[in-house]
Design a protein around this ligand. Structure first.
Ligand SMILES: C[S@@+](CC[C@H](N)C(=O)[O-])C[C@H]1O[C@@H](n2cnc3c(N)ncnc32)[C@H](O)[C@@H]1O
Length: 429
């Protein structure tokens, strides 16, 4: 699997240089065109593993290399191999030998002997190094210290559980398209295909093991979509009625837009500023047999607005993604504490701008996939203090609709069953 290690090292090096894994992974795969699908899948797994446990392997690497490794890819290859040695059951010497072979392909002549020496030293000194390295909170939890401190302060009871969930593998949850089938029939299809699954409630089915979407029965025919349970709360919380004019601002790739249309006959405007991401909105609408006005525009201004007010607005604003870090393991290393203020500023701009396009009596559902209060409750407080015509309505996560395992007000905390999303419902009067 040295090919997989090499590809993962390319991707991890890019992330550590400040780029998203969603961009870095395809770029790394293009560099090694000969990789088989199995090697590509393993490369993906190794990159996730390395970034999930980055603080720990970086601490070992630092202890084992008194001078920093000068080549970013060789350094990343060492991180990949250390993560495997720390967190996988593969034979230690096989991992080391493969990493040494991979080092030979980095183009650095010195790399093979360095990788060999560092990894063999790790195997010899592991127990001794662990006693000092594992003391550090950053290493123990594998998050930046500022992230740990923020959660400790905000969630004195739950911070450890939140961090641990963020390092676990995310569940794969499906949303059944009730326009095409029903939950019982789809569960039967899954059972016939020998895919073990549980009905969580409402339209949500959780698979016991993730599968590629093309293997899901009738996926192309639009019978199901992949959507976490927490995200499936948006449509029911919007309190939709047939004939309403609804805006989904910040809509790409269209998960919530499609759910809204599956749930109710409304006139939907699906707005996003990212043209590339809007291709996915079109694909999803087409696959599910749904129709919307897909509009390219900035939710922080009204250039795109035709003057007809909306009855409902969903504002699923850009955010730190701190509530879905197990799905985007690179985010915890890419974000900086000061990013929260930048997001908060943009979120407030979007919220205030969209408010002008909401009809009297209409409702706006503010959503983030964050667990940081600066992007959530504090935003809503600030908005309410500046808008006398806004009332905050209580959010009820009714278990008869869908499960919500753990929430504090509108803040769903991440658990084994669902992601961590924030919901606030505002009404205009
Ligand atoms: C959290 S994602 C939306 C996910 C989507 N609602 C779904 O359920 O599939 C946030 C989206 O906001 C878009 N976005 C960011 N800033 C924006 C802005 N100023 N105006 C409109 N869209 C924006 C991004 O392109 C991104 O697609």
């Amino acid at each position: 699997m040295q090919v997989a290690q090499l590809i993962a090292a390319y991707a991890v090096a890019e992330v550590l240089a400040g780029h998203n894994l969603t961009v870095s992974m395809p770029k790394a795969l293009r560099k090694v065109k000969s990789a088989t699908p199995q090697q590509q899948a393993a490369a993906q797994d190794y990159s996730y593993l390395t970034l999930r446990f980055y603080a720990e392997s970086a601490a070992y690497l630092q202890a084992l290399t008194p001078k920093p490794v000068t080549d970013d890819r060789v350094s990343a290859l060492l991180l990949v191999a250390l993560s495997q040695l720390l967190h996988q059951d593969d034979d230690d010497f096989t991992v080391v030998n493969q990493a040494v072979e991979a080092a030979g392909k980095t183009g650095q002549r010195w790399a093979k002997s360095l990788v060999n020496a560092v990894l063999r030293n790790f195997l010899r000194q592991r127990a001794q190094l662990q006693t000092t390295i594992a003391q550090r909170e950053e290493v123990q939890f594998n998050y930046p210290q500022w992230w740990i401190n923020t959660l400790k302060q905000q969630y004195p009871q739950d911070w450890q559980a939140i961090l641990e969930v963020g390092n676990s593998h995310p569940p794969m949850t499906l949303r059944v398209n009730l326009r095409k089938t029903d939950v019982a029939s789809y569960l039967k299809l899954l059972a016939d295909a020998e895919m073990s699954a549980s009905h969580l409630g409402g339209t949500a089915i959780q698979l016991h093991s993730p599968v590629p979407v093309h293997q899901l029965p009738n996926f192309e025919a639009g019978w199901v979509s992949v959507q976490d349970t927490a995200a499936q709360w948006a449509a029911p919380l919007l309190d939709l009625q047939a004939g309403m004019r609804v805006l989904d601002a910040c809509s790409a790739p269209g998960g919530k837009s499609c759910h809204i249309l599956e749930a109710c006959e409304v006139e939907l405007w699906s707005l996003d500023m990212a043209v590339e991401r809007q291709r996915r909105v079109h694909e999803n609408l087409q696959r599910l047999g749904l129709q919307a006005h897909v509009v390219t525009g900035d939710a922080a201004n009204t250039d795109w607005f035709d003057g007809q007010l909306f009855d409902r607005i969903l504002a699923d604003v850009p955010c730190s993604a701190s509530g879905i870090v197990r799905r985007h393991v690179d985010m915890k290393w890419l974000r900086r504490p000061q990013d929260l203020a930048t997001f908060a500023h943009l979120q407030q701009e979007i919220l205030s701008n969209l408010w002008q396009t909401l009809a009297k009596g209409g409702k706006l559902l503010y959503v983030t996939c964050s667990i940081f209060p600066q992007e959530n409750d504090m935003q809503i407080q600030q908005f309410l203090s500046a808008h006398a015509d806004a009332t905050r309505l209580p959010i009820a996560f009714d278990p008869a609709i869908l499960p919500c395992q753990h929430h504090i007000g509108g803040q769903m905390l991440p658990t084994a069953v669902h992601d961590g999303l924030f919901y606030a419902l505002l009404q205009k009067h």
